[in-house]
Ligand binder design. Structure first.
Ligand SMILES: Nc1ncnc2c1ncn2[C@@H]1O[C@H](COP(=O)(O)OP(=O)(O)OP(=O)(O)O)[C@@H](O)[C@H]1O
Length: 248
């Protein structure tokens, strides 16, 4: 599991004393208003930023101080606005982050993201949704090639460039992937309803502090969400008990 213990940061933004456990093999979603510090927290989880105090550990191993090659076996990240390098083909981009590309892992990642038709394309010519899928494939290639028992996929707003149907499919397949491959998937999202439908675990972040963290059904409650977003919300339920939240 991914353990966050008393994590604080002063710059570039303040995060205060965040503690949470993000389970292995599950889809965890980080929710919070704009500027709450979600992307910053994700960078701390991935080791791209160092905390002022506190620790992040995966399977009991602190990530700070790990050699980049070891860290690459533990976690892979897709940024909010992933790079579209001009002149680089998708096939080449897929191998970034690897010492030696792994043919089986590579094919598995291509199959999981359905990017077969994009492999020969120049990255700079892809649409927002296409480049997002390609970077997801790159990150999956990295993790599928890893023999580390504890692996995390860190995704910053993975559905931002996707239409409503594609976003549903994306979250459903990420959850399935987490369960099937025992990869912890941690996704920053803005869509509370996608979280309500797909998340196993939820962490609520507000003003740089963790408001709540736990099983999705326990955390996605109207009073907590209204407090999180400082917005009046209305909760709907369908006949099957599925919930949706509307801003009113
Ligand atoms: N490199 C930086 N330099 C200065 N300020 C920064 C930097 N990175 C982040 N910040 C500030 O820190 C705060 C938190 O940023 P962060 O991107 O983590 O928030 P977020 O919750 O992901 O926001 P959003 O939902 O809008 O993407 C913001 O006010 C942002 O302007």
């Amino acid at each position: 599991m991914l353990e966050i213990r008393a994590l604080s940061l002063l710059r570039p933004t303040r995060l205060h004393d965040i503690s949470a456990t993000l389970p292995a093999g599950q889809l965890s979603v980080i929710l919070g208003p704009n500027g709450a510090g979600k992307s910053t927290l994700l960078h701390l989880l991935g080791g791209a930023l160092r905390p002022a105090s506190g620790t992040v550990s995966m399977a009991g191993q602190a990530i700070s101080g790990q050699a980049p090659a070891v860290l690459a076996t533990m976690r892979a990240m897709v940024e909010q606005q992933p790079a579209r390098p001009a002149g680089m083909t998708v096939a080449t981009l897929l191998d970034i982050g690897h010492g030696l590309p792994d043919a089986d892992a590579r094919q598995q990642a291509i199959d999981a993201t359905c990017i077969h038709d994009l492999l020969a394309r120049d990255c700079a010519t892809l649409s927002g949704g296409e480049i997002a899928r390609v970077h997801l494939a790159r990150a999956l290639h990295q993790l599928f090639a890893s023999s580390n028992a504890c692996r995390y996929l860190l995704l910053d707003e993975p559905t931002a460039a996707l239409d409503i149907g594609a976003a549903q499919l994306q979250l459903a397949s990420l959850r399935q992937l987490a369960h099937q491959h025992n990869i912890g998937v941690v996704a920053v999202l803005h869509d509370v309803n996608l979280a309500a439908q797909h998340a196993d675990h939820v962490l609520l972040l507000k003003d740089g502090s963790a408001m709540a963290s736990g099983a999705a059904a326990d955390i996605l409650q109207l009073p907590l969400l209204q407090d999180l977003y400082d917005a009046p919300l209305h909760e709907l339920r369908d006949a099957d008990g599925r919930r949706a939240f509307l801003a009113v």
